[in-house]
Design a protein around this ligand. Structure first.
Ligand SMILES: NC(=O)c1ccc[n+]([C@@H]2O[C@H](COP(=O)([O-])OP(=O)(O)OC[C@H]3O[C@@H](n4cnc5c(N)ncnc54)[C@H](O)[C@@H]3O)[C@@H](O)[C@H]2O)c1
Length: 393
């Protein structure tokens, strides 16, 4: 059995995803990790030893890891602004890439990544794990079965109670490193909306503002990587919080409208100072409507008969979350990358879809910073649009 050698760039935080692949009996080894912080590398090694009794190699320079480790694939799980450079370097060195969302912080950057994979005939898969969650999969199945007819409208409301912990204390708050949260966070939901509708956005517009976190006490130092960004329910109410990032030039609430190429009209609303956390999607077709209450351990209701106000649909589907991170989706998506390395070409998370979610998110951000001006989403060149990136031919 040929051993599959895997590495990870950005060893902690989201880098923990790569640990799901490590399986010596199946010949898959997470042989090395790269990170710019010594303490993160030490934590990576100690977790690998504790969980698998295995000691991976470590690198402060990701290029050294790519050059020396003869990798079959690499997880790029570093912050968003590093994705383009690191993914292109790996692809240019013929190492297959699993790249976290968002694919890049600009549309041009995303296109350069697709181009690098295409020219080097090297596999590229994206980390849109929401496509592997049970509630989005169930909604997709109901839609594809025709139960609610032809989809015409999709609305997503996104309540984020951990916004002040996760996005306003480190690099996320700095638009030069993230663009903004319609892209950084919204890339997930824009992608799910595209997936459920079966088409990409061709026109977008948005409004947004920095309504709460802008005037709160900030740290003096830019000590990215040392800041505690863990979620804490005691961090409430928002206006009494402190220790925010020295730079905050992104918005903490955003509202975006999308016109999709198949005529579906969609909206995505995001708020980062809500007391509760949930994504709430509703999809309206020509024969019915569906809505999720809660996410992976919640419910999906389906309305198929005409009636007045009734929170309970004609049908209810109960959902049960699996273990392994984000309702079980992290295990599934990491395994999908291993299957692709072994020769499968099947994935729900394509570079093209990731690119269109970034293009829509970037232009919506541009729109909200220019008084809500609508923008047309540029199309990918035909050769990239039609390419199978899970194949390396
Ligand atoms: N799909 C999901 O559900 C999901 C969830 C969380 C984060 N993410 C994505 O994962 C990525 C990482 O997010 P995070 O919150 O873990 O970030 P983070 O700031 O915790 O960084 C992740 C790791 O990268 C390391 N790192 C920082 N700069 C680096 C550099 N220049 N080169 C190499 N390593 C570097 C950090 O030390 C850390 O170990 C982001 O792109 C984010 O959007 C996705």
């Amino acid at each position: 059995m040929k051993k599959i050698r895997i590495g990870v760039i950005g060893a902690c935080g989201r880098g923990s995803l790569a640990r799901f692949c490590h399986n010596i009996e199946d010949g898959i080894e997470l042989v090395a990790g790269a990170d710019i912080y010594e303490d993160k590398l030490a934590r990576f090694v100690s977790e690998m030893k504790e969980k698998f009794d295995y000691e991976p190699a470590v690198y402060l320079d990701y290029k050294g890891m790519i050059q020396k480790e003869n990798l079959d694939g690499v997880f790029v799980t570093s912050p968003d602004w590093c994705h383009e450079e690191q993914a292109c370097y790996a692809l240019n060195n013929k190492v297959a890439v699993y790249l976290e969302k968002p694919i890049a912080i600009t549309t041009e950057g995303a296109d350069r990544i697709l181009q690098a994979a295409y020219e080097n005939k090297t596999k590229l898969m994206l980390g849109h794990n929401m496509r592997y969650m049970n509630f989005t999969r169930k909604m997709k199945k109901i839609i594809d079965s025709g139960e609610i007819g032809e989809v015409k409208a999709i609305w997503c409301r996104h309540f984020i109670n951990y916004g002040g912990d996760a996005y306003f204390r480190d690099w996320h708050a700095d638009r030069s490193k993230s663009t903004g949260l319609l892209l950084q966070k919204g890339a997930h939901d824009i992608d799910v909306i595209h997936w459920l509708a079966g088409a990409f956005s061709e026109r977008v517009t948005a409004f947004g503002s920095l309504s709460v976190y802008g005037d709160l006490p900030r740290r003096d130092t830019d000590d990215d990587g040392k800041v505690d960004v863990s979620f804490n329910n005691d961090h409430w109410p928002p206006l009494e919080q402190k220790d925010f990032n020295p730079i905050i030039d992104i918005e903490d609430q955003n509202m975006m409208l999308m016109q999709l190429s198949n005529g579906v009209q969609a909206s995505y609303m995001q708020c980062h100072f809500s007391p509760d956390a949930c994504r709430n999607y509703t999809i309206i077709g020509t024969k019915g409507r569906i809505e999720n209450y809660g996410e992976n351990d919640g419910q999906i209701q389906v309305w198929k008969t005409r009636k007045g106000f009734d929170m309970t649909g004609d049908e209810t589907y109960d959902l049960t979350a699996e273990g392994g991170g984000h309702g079980g989706s992290d295990t599934l998506i990491a395994k999908n990358f291993v299957e692709i390395l072994k020769g499968s070409t099947s994935t729900d998370s394509t570079p093209q879809a990731a690119r269109y979610s970034v293009a829509a998110g970037c232009l919506a951000t541009e729109s909200l910073r220019h008084g809500g001006t609508p923008f047309e989403v540029p199309k990918l060149p035909t050769e990239l649009e039609n390419h199978c990136f899970a194949d390396n031919k």
